[in-house]
Design a protein around this ligand. Structure first.
Ligand code: ADP
Length: 453
């Protein structure tokens, strides 16, 4: 059997609940109306009989009934009996065959067959030793009107109302669940088409469904990023590794054919070694960039003394201290990944020298400006033409491939620099004039002052 949807379950549940409530309400009303109808009949009997009592009198030793005495009024039969309980006036209702003993002032129900009566007697003393019994008999209505009406309502209107409520409820539930259906079908479509760029429509309002849709979209965006990064890595790696691999291959072929002397073989081997080193470096760089792309390389951010870190990186450089000139403001701390930040600064310093003039300089400065930390690497090198300045951040982009290639670059350094900056919530900026030099700056959001943390 097909499993019931939540909509149907909800509808069935509250329809049953409504049925139960309606039944309970009817039972309750039936009971109340029964009591009310008994009470009404008794009051009716009592009042009519008391009205008649006032009309009973004795004149000249015989019973006198006033003008307003009614033998039948308001459904009440009034009868007058002698002291010896023989009927003097009035008519017993046809069906009332019970031999009911007289009881003064007590209204009681009397059943005769299926009929029900209320009987009330009053002893009316007339003179010293005489008196009469005045009896009132009221036939209880078989089915009180209120109850009959209620039953009618219950039989005709209630089922109609319940069907209406079930239908309305189902429609409302269906409408409420519509976003969920949409989310499900979009997710299924994304899955079928393997198209991670598609997104689920966010339902209006801020509720469980919109949050669910938003979470789904975040998940798809994350998956898409991972997927793209993986594809990019595969494409970049195969493209970039092709060159050193073909160099190695042709070197091997050359050695096989012509490498007769140990000298020639050593030369070939060292060429293969160089290419292998290049490949190792390249694979390392590609992996780092991919990890940064995927956001998986940001696990180790911790508060460090940035001034100390920059100083020590500059100290460890093999470049001459006359050419590498640090200007570091002391006591600047930040939450950074030490290894990544070291790589960022190293890439910028290397580029400063790589694209510098003969005997040129590189200045590294760290300072705090308002609410940001600025790490700047400036050189007096060849500079970058204005129209190229946007492009140098792209993977594998090189202004002059022959010049960079000579220096062992593959156009990945700045792309990595930018990703590291972004991974720290920062940005990179560049100012450069051809022939005069370039200034690369990392802008990091500064921590708030310690007392507000
Ligand atoms: P690579 O140095 O490996 O070629 P990068 O991503 O580090 O790759 O740099 C991209 C390009 O930007 C370089 O090829 C070079 O043309 C240019 N470039 C980078 N840094 C500088 C600099 N300090 N001065 C001039 N040009 C630079």
């Amino acid at each position: 059997m097909k499993r019931l949807s939540i909509k149907v379950k909800i509808t069935i549940w509250y329809t049953l609940l409504m049925l139960l409530m309606a039944a309970l309400l009817l039972v309750f009303l039936g009971l109340v109306s029964g009591t009310v109808s008994t009470q009404t009949s008794m009051t009716q009997l009592d009042q009519t009989l008391r009205g008649n009592l006032r009309q009973v009198d004795m004149a000249d030793g015989s019973l006198q009934l006033g003008e307003d005495f009614a033998f039948y009024d308001n459904g009440v039969y009034t009868l007058v009996y002698s002291q010896s309980e023989s009927l003097l006036a009035g008519q017993v209702p046809v069906g009332f065959t019970a031999n009911e003993p007289f009881q003064n002032g007590l209204t009681r129900p009397v059943s005769v067959g299926s009929a029900r009566y209320y009987v009330l007697d009053f002893w009316v003393p007339l003179g010293w030793d005489n008196g009469v019994w005045v009896r009132g008999i009221l036939e209880a209505p078989e089915n009180p009107q209120l109850l009959t009406n209620l039953m009618l309502i219950a039989l005709i209107v209630m089922p109609l109302l319940i069907v209406l409520a079930a239908l309305g409820g189902y429609l409302i539930a269906r409408r409420a669940f519509l976003p969920l259906d949409q989310i499900t079908s979009t997710a299924a479509a994304i899955n079928e088409a393997a198209d991670l760029s598609r997104r689920v429509d966010i339902p209006p309002g801020h509720n469980e469904f919109s949050r669910l849709a938003l979470t789904f979209n975040h998940m798809f965006a994350h998956l898409e990023r991972l997927f793209d990064a993986e594809q990019q890595f595969t494409a970049d790696a195969s493209h970039e590794l092709r060159t050193p691999v073909s160099v190695i291959k042709s070197a091997c072929e050359y050695a096989e054919r012509y490498g007769e002397t140990p000298e020639e073989q050593r030369e070939t081997l060292s060429m293969i070694h160089r290419q292998a080193d290049k490949m190792t470096a390249l694979i390392g760089q590609l992996l780092s960039i991919t990890r940064l792309d995927q956001g998986t390389d940001m696990a180790h951010r911790e508060r460090v003394d940035l001034s100390e870190l920059v100083q020590s990186i500059c100290r460890e450089q093999t470049y001459s201290p006359q050419r590498l000139l640090p200007e570091v403001e002391p006591g600047i701390t930040a939450r950074v990944d030490t290894a990544l930040l070291t790589r960022l600064l190293q890439n910028l310093i290397d580029n400063g020298f790589k694209y510098g003039k003969e005997g040129g300089h590189v200045w590294v400065s760290l300072r705090r400006e308002a609410d940001e930390i600025q790490l700047t690497v400036r050189d007096d090198g060849i500079g970058i033409p204005k129209e190229q300045q946007e492009k140098i951040w792209q993977r594998f982009y090189q202004v002059d491939p022959s010049r960079s290639g000579d220096r062992g670059g593959a156009g990945l350094g700045l792309s990595m620099v930018q990703k590291i900056a972004q991974a720290h919530g920062g940005t990179m900026s560049l100012e450069s004039i051809v022939g005069l030099g370039s200034t690369f700056t990392l802008h990091l959001p500064a921590d708030p002052p310690p007392e507000t943390i």
